[in-house]
Design a protein around this ligand. Structure first.
Ligand code: UFG
Length: 337
C-alpha cells in the first residue's frame, strides 16, 4: 500500500513509518519538524530507499496536502501529527485546538478532495478524563470527559471522524486510544527523543544516566496505594502493530475506536523501581505538588482490540518496556541486536 504518515518525524509516527517500510509499503511522511526529529527522517530515508518520501510541511496547508495525497496516489492515512503535552495544553489551549483540531479538519478536507477514504487517528486515553474507580479498567464505552485541553482536542477529533463517517462521505476511520507509550525500536535505529522531554520513563532513565540529579515526582497524595499516579504503559512497537491491524479492519461508513494498553496499572513509584532494576543504577527522587491536568488513575481494558483485531502485546511487562527504553538511551555503548 501507499501510506501517508502525518507527524512521521515524531516519536510514535517514526516508529510506525519504519514498521510500514519494513512491511513493504511505500511511505510518505508529512511533518512540520516543529517538534519532530530530523535525524529520524534521515534514518527512514536511508532504510526506505525509493519507497520513502518526506514533505516538510504543516497539515494545515490543505491545498498542498491535497496535492501530496494525489501525487503519491495514497491509499490510507495514519494521522499522528499533533501537539501532545498535557501540561502545555493547559497553559496554551488555543495553540492545541489550532494544531490538533485545525490540523485534523485540514487533513479530512484534503482527503475528501483527493478521494482518500481510510484513516487511522491517534487518539488518547486522555479523552476519558478522570474516571471513577467503578469505571476502571476503562472500556471503550466509558464516559469521555477530558480534564485537560489536550484530551478535549482528541475527543473533538473522534467526534468529527464519527460524524464524517456517518455523513455519507465514503470514509472509514479508526481512533486508537493510546495509553502511555514508551520504549524504542529493537535495533535502536530510532527512539524516543522529545524536545523538551516531559515523559516519566525517559526522564527517570536520564537520572540513571547521570544527566539529571533526581526525578521530581508530581504528587504523592493521590488516592492510590502509594500516593502516586497510576498509568498503563505500552511498548511503541506493540502500539504500531495495533495500527497495522486496525488498517486491515477499516470499513467504509464506520468509525471504530480501540484502547491500546496492556490493562495493567503501574504507579510512578513502580516505574522508578523498574528503572532501577533494568539499569542497575541509583535513581534519586524528590517530590513536588501535583502537575495540572493529571488524572490519578488510567488503565485500559484491552479486550476489544484483542477480540476484534487479534492484537496482543509482545512487551508484556513493565520491565520489558523500561529495558527497551534503557537500551535506546545507551545506544552507542550497548551493542544493537
Ligand atoms: N511524572 C512525574 N515526573 C515527571 C514526569 C511525569 O511524576 O518528571 C508523572 C506524571 O505526573 C504522571 C506520570 O508520571 O502521573 C506519567 O506522566 P507522563 O508525562 O509520562 O505521561 P502522561 O500520563 O501525562 O501523558 C501521556 C501521554 C499523553 C497522553 C496521556 C494520557 O504523553 O500524550 O498519557 O494520560 F495523552
Amino acid at each position: 500500500m501507499r501510506l501517508l504518515v502525518t507527524g512521521g518525524a515524531g516519536y510514535i509516527g517514526s516508529h510506525a513509518a519504519l514498521a510500514l517500510l519494513e512491511a513493504g509499503h511505500t511511505v510518505v511522511v508529512v511533518d512540520s519538524l516543529e517538534r519532530g526529529c530530523r535525524a529520524s527522517i534521515a534514518t527512514l530515508g536511508s532504510l526506505g530507499g525509493g519507497r520513502f518520501h518526506f514533505e516538510e510541511m504543516d497539515v494545515r496547508e490543505t491545498a498542498k496536502l491535497t496535492s501530496v495525497l494525489r501525487d503519491h496516489a495514497i491509499d490510507a492515512v495514519l494521522h499522528f501529527a499533533a501537539l501532545a503535552y498535557v501540561g502545555e495544553s493547559v497553559t496554551e489551549p488555543l495553540r492545541y485546538y489550532d494544531c490538533n483540531v485545525g490540523g485534523g479538519i485540514s487533513l479530512l478536507r484534503a482527503m475528501v478532495d483527493a478521494k482518500i477514504s481510510r484513516i487511522i487517528f491517534s487518539s488518547s486515553c486522555a479523552t476519558y478524563g478522570a474516571p471513577t474507580a467503578a469505571q476502571l479498567p476503562l472500556r471503550e464505552d466509558a464516559p469521555q470527559v477530558p480534564v485537560n485541553p489536550y484530551g478535549d482536542t482528541k475527543l473533538v477529533m473522534e467526534g468529527l471522524l464519527r460524524s464524517a463517517c456517518a455523513s455519507g462521505t465514503p470514509l472509514a476511520a479508526a481512533a486508537l486510544r493510546y495509553f502511555n507509550v514508551a520504549g524504542a525500536d529493537a535495533q535502536c535505529r530510532i527512539g524516543e527523543q522529545h524536545q523538551p522531554e516531559t515523559h516519566l520513563i525517559p526522564i527517570t532513565l536520564e537520572v540513571a544516566l547521570g544527566r539529571r540529579s533526581a526525578l521530581t515526582i508530581f504528587g504523592d497524595d493521590y488516592p492510590t496505594q502509594d500516593g502516586t499516579c497510576i498509568r498503563d504503559y505500552v511498548h511503541v512497537s506493540d502500539l504500531v502493530d495495533a495500527h497495522l491491524a486496525a488498517l486491515a479492519a477499516l470499513e467504509i461508513g464506520q468509525c471504530k475506536a480501540w484502547n491500546v494498553g496492556l490493562g495493567c496499572g503501574h504507579s510512578v513509584r513502580d516505574v522508578v523501581e523498574s528503572c532501577r532494576r533494568v539499569s542497575a543504577r541509583r535513581i534519586d527522587v524528590q517530590f513536588a505538588p501535583r502537575r495540572a491536568g493529571d488524572p490519578a488513575v488510567l488503565y485500559a481494558d484491552p479486550s476489544a482490540i484483542k477480540r476484534d483485531l487479534g492484537w496482543h502485546a509482545k512487551f508484556s511487562s513493565l520491565d520489558a518496556i523500561t529495558a527497551s527504553a534503557w537500551k535506546w538511551m545507551n545506544r552507542g555503548s550497548v551493542p544493537t541486536a
